[in-house]
Design a binder for this molecule. Structure first.
Ligand code: NAP
Length: 332
């Protein structure tokens, strides 16, 4: 398994990270705890040592399951990345990175995760009602107190990261990034490369589209966000599926690989990146070995771009996932 240092924190981790949003169940149509625990343990057995979670994933459930899975001596073999700064009330999520909220949240996360230190602590979404400097100062204090080892932000723009970095050392940024969602190539990726930040690319499989298992008859259950994700609904679903079919053929002809391996390798070949791979069943991680042992050459990258331009004529960003920017009236 390839390794990478997270920024200049001195913390080394695997370049594939396990994403545990679906493990929390919320917005993924539920999850099974036994399977979830087995998935996390299986990831570690396969050399995936970075586990990415967040308080909001299942409103504490994902962090609790990660904590349970890492009992019995596994905690010290992994790097736990969790997040801060999304609050919830009555099932509605909103941004809150005020210092007092961070102070309360970290204690909840440490308890749920069953640990006394978080390896990478990331601000989940920019809180536009709180000065970035206040949030950064609080995280810096947590690092000095030994409660966290490295600091990251997620869904931040470069100007927001500049404000943050004026106060605290930033080691990582977590944006959406996959073959279909490439907005960060215009700003966040070059900024991160220039300033030494590690990029934890989320949705590396575009919420399963790039796994290669989906077809026009695929349906989603319960509160699964893909029911409303514009990539998974007409008219665009057919376009993305057509792209996947062509990418499948390309991956096979050029490298003898699956589209899943192509998609993850592509993310890893784009810069100082980590690919976050969401899974909730151990078998979903079976192809992990296929991601190694090859690189995507310039000609194949160009061919990928040609395929995407031809098939996805009406691309859409993942912006629909953004939580509201304003706190609800009456929030204490
Ligand atoms: P993803 O990794 O692109 O896709 C995950 C889904 O792909 C799985 O739940 C599974 O869907 C499907 N899948 C995975 N492996 C498969 C396989 N071998 N065969 C078939 N299907 C497979 O999406 P993601 O989970 O949204 O993103 C990864 C992680 O990034 C998250 O878990 C989370 O940690 C992080 N994230 C962060 C943010 C943020 O704002 N910072 C936002 C989104 C995600 P099914 O289980 O339905 O089959």
């Amino acid at each position: 398994m390839e390794q990478i240092e997270i920024g200049t924190s001195g913390l080394a981790t695997s370049r594939i990270g396990l994403g545990t949003w679906a493990i929390g169940g919320w917005m993924w149509g539920g999850s099974d705890e036994k399977d979830a625990i087995a998935t996390i343990r299986s990831a570690v057995e396969r050399g995936i040592t970075l586990i990415d979670t967040a308080p909001v994933y299942g409103f504490g459930r994902s962090e609790e399951i990660v904590g349970k899975a890492l009992t019995g001596g596994l905690r010290d073999k992994v790097q736990i990345a969790t997040k801060v700064g999304l609050a919830w009330a009555d099932g509605k999520v909103f941004r809150d990175s005020r210092p007092a909220r961070i102070r309360a949240e970290i204690e909840d996360s440490l308890r749920r995760l069953g640990t006394d230190v978080i390896d990478l602590y990331q601000v989940h979404w920019p809180d536009l009602e709180t000065p970035f400097e206040d949030t950064a100062r609080t995280l810096d204090a947590l690092r000095q107190e030994g409660k966290i080892r490295a600091i990251g932000v997620s869904n931040y723009a470069p100007a927001q990261m500049e404000a943050f970095r004026a106060v605290a050392q930033l080691d990582a940024v977590q944006p959406p990034y996959n073959l279909f969602e490439r907005e960060i190539e215009a700003d966040v990726l070059p900024y991160a490369t220039r300033t030494g930040l590690t990029v934890l690319s989320y949705g590396a499989l575009c919420r399963g589209l790039l796994s290669g298992r989906m077809s026009a008859t695929t349906t989603f259950e319960g509160d699964d966000l893909r029911k409303v994700d514009p990539k998974f609904t007409p008219p665009r679903f057919a376009q993305y599926l057509a792209a996947v079919e062509e990418l499948k053929a390309l991956a096979k002809v050029r490298y003898g690989k699956s589209v899943l391996a192509l998609a993850l390798r592509w993310v890893l070949d784009q810069g100082p990146t980590i690919a976050l791979w969401g899974a909730r069943h151990p078998g979903q991680l079976d192809p992990v070995g296929d991601v190694d042992g090859f690189h995507i050459d310039a000609d194949t990258k160009a061919e990928i771009d040609t395929i995407l331009a031809r098939t996805v004529t009406d691309p859409v960003s993942p912006a629909f996932m953004a939580p509201p920017t304003r706190r609800p009236a009456g929030t204490p």
